[in-house]
Design a protein around this ligand. Structure first.
Ligand SMILES: Nc1ncnc2c1ncn2[C@@H]1O[C@H](COP(=O)(O)OP(=O)(O)O)[C@@H](O)[C@H]1O
Ligand SMILES: N[C@@H](CC(=O)OP(=O)(O)O)C(=O)O
Length: 439
């Protein structure tokens, strides 16, 4: 018997029709013992995720603006699901409790967690298996920081009491009992933590695409499916924007060697993608594994003749960034120049201060900030065995008339990262994809 933890994302539980598919998937496999649901996601592109509705509810209520209409939308999503799947459940007490909490100025975390909480209750009733409130097993030390020791102990205890259960994703509790959440998309993390806590043999992550694809399907039509991907490749791709799996979801399972399988709720017969400690040499069908990208970066360019001879130069620059709580994404450099690639979120409201502090402390010849930069990562552990991979990337970009603003390559030769003007983002991804995936 293989013990499987299955996480179903919001797209898999967006409405009654999706709930029925999830029910069939779970009933077809007795190994799927612990189920981790997200809140209902988008039914279509125009729709709103329940988590977003809850954040909106919080914003309205905290500004003293009427939230009745949004609250009704929230309630109706769950009432519709119950009606469509034929689950008879009195949800009114739960709705009243949430409304009362809003009136009593409930926190944003508490409110946003109610999406998965209610979905978990409904799914448990539908599957007729126990519901375990995540606040009792997902234990945080501080907001957003998990207490791993206590959490894994609680999950091991849960396993002794329940041989199957529904445990809602995304949230848990702080030592004082109040609710906290992971960052957005954190249901993937909850699933991975449950998988480790119960000692699963496999962590299944069910979504609306047939696995990890070689590029974002919103940019490339029908991209190649990646059959098998290593933890490291996956992390590079998810961090760089392949939003299908939270970039931290591999950490709980990595040390235990628990494989992750990405599967499609809408096409469960399809193989999906297997994420393994390290994919075997030659297993992949391509020279590169995938492409991902993120928009919204700025580059701070600093020039100073003979910068390389000034031992303290970089230290001073980085001390300014540290003092301003700014994380740097990449640091391409040459003898006389240093570039800092920083996400716009990090730089917001601090650009002027940082440039003037660098001017004052480091006395550069020139400092400038370029905005509207996007980063594109070409990732693959097989790249190092192929001569000419970077030539292919840059030829493709040149032919598509995309100007490359910066280049970095990780020392592991697992990735090549290029910075391009955001206006060229889609063109660049399409050109690189075509260069490696003909026909
Ligand atoms: N490289 C990629 N492979 C697969 N999906 C991707 C990739 N990059 C972006 N996506 C997007 O990720 C979506 C699935 O993630 P998400 O919306 O969080 O689903 P869920 O609600 O199931 O957790 C897909 O619908 C797809 O549009
Ligand atoms: N519902 C949360 C957590 C989550 O992981 O959702 P999903 O599985 O739909 O990405 C969010 O929207 O962030």
């Amino acid at each position: 018997m293989t013990l499987v933890v299955a996480k179903f994302g919001g797209t898999s539980l967006a409405n009654g029709g999706q709930f029925k598919k999830v029910y069939d998937i779970i009933q077809a496999d007795p190994n799927k013992k612990y189920i981790v649901p997200s809140a209902p996601g988008k039914e279509n592109d125009q729709d709103t995720k329940i988590t977003d509705l809850l954040y909106l509810l919080y914003d309205l209520a905290s500004h003293g603006i009427s939230y009745n209409e949004v609250f009704s939308m929230f309630k109706n999503r769950y009432l519709d699901i119950c009606r469509e799947i034929g689950v008879e459940m009195d949800l009114q007490d739960y709705f009243d409790e949430i409304r009362q909490a809003i009136e009593e100025k409930a926190s944003k975390e508490y409110l946003s967690s109610r999406g998965e909480y209610l979905n978990g209750l409904i799914l448990a009733k539908y599957l007729d298996i126990p519901f375990v409130d995540a606040k009792n097993v997902m234990l945080f030390k501080a907001p957003h920081i998990l207490d791993e020791q206590r959490t894994y102990k609680a999950l091991a205890e849960m396993k002794k009491s329940f041989d199957s259960a529904v445990i809602p994703g995304f949230y848990g509790s702080l030592p004082d009992g109040s609710i906290t959440t992971f960052s957005r998309g954190g249901g993937d993390l909850s699933g991975a933590i449950v998988a480790r806590g119960v000692g699963a043999d496999l962590y299944e992550n069910w979504t609306d695409v047939s696995g990890f694809l070689a590029a974002d399907p919103k940019i490339i039509q029908n991209p190649r499916r990646i059959k098998e991907i290593s933890y490291r490749e996956l992390r590079e791709l998810s961090y760089m924007g392949a939003s299908i799996l939270h970039e931290e979801a591999i950490f709980p399972v990595i040390s235990q060697g628990i494989p992750i399988s990405i599967k499609n709720t809408n096409a469960p017969e399809e193989e999906g993608t297997r994420i393994v400690p390290s994919s075997r040499e030659g297993d992949q069908d391509g020279e590169i594994t995938g492409i991902a990208g993120r928009q919204g970066f700025s580059v701070i360019n600093i020039d100073k003749v003979q910068m390389n001879r000034d031992l303290s130069f970089s230290r001073k620059v980085f001390s300014i960034l540290e003092a301003n709580d700014i994380y740097v994404e990449h640091i391409p450099s040459s003898i006389d120049s240093l570039s800092l690639i920083v996400s716009d979120d990090q730089l917001q409201g601090k650009k002027k201060r940082i440039t003037s502090e660098i001017k004052a402390l480091c006395n550069p010849d020139n400092i400038s900030v370029e905005t509207d930069i996007s980063l594109i990562a070409v990732v693959g552990q097989n790249m190092r065995n192929h001569i000419g991979t970077s030539a292919k990337v840059f030829t493709a970009l040149a032919q598509a008339k995309v100007n490359v603003e910066m280049i970095t390559q990780g020392s592991s030769e697992l990735n090549i990262i290029v910075g391009v003007d955001t206006a060229d983002y889609d063109t660049a991804i399409k050109a690189i994809y075509r260069a490696f995936n003909r026909g």
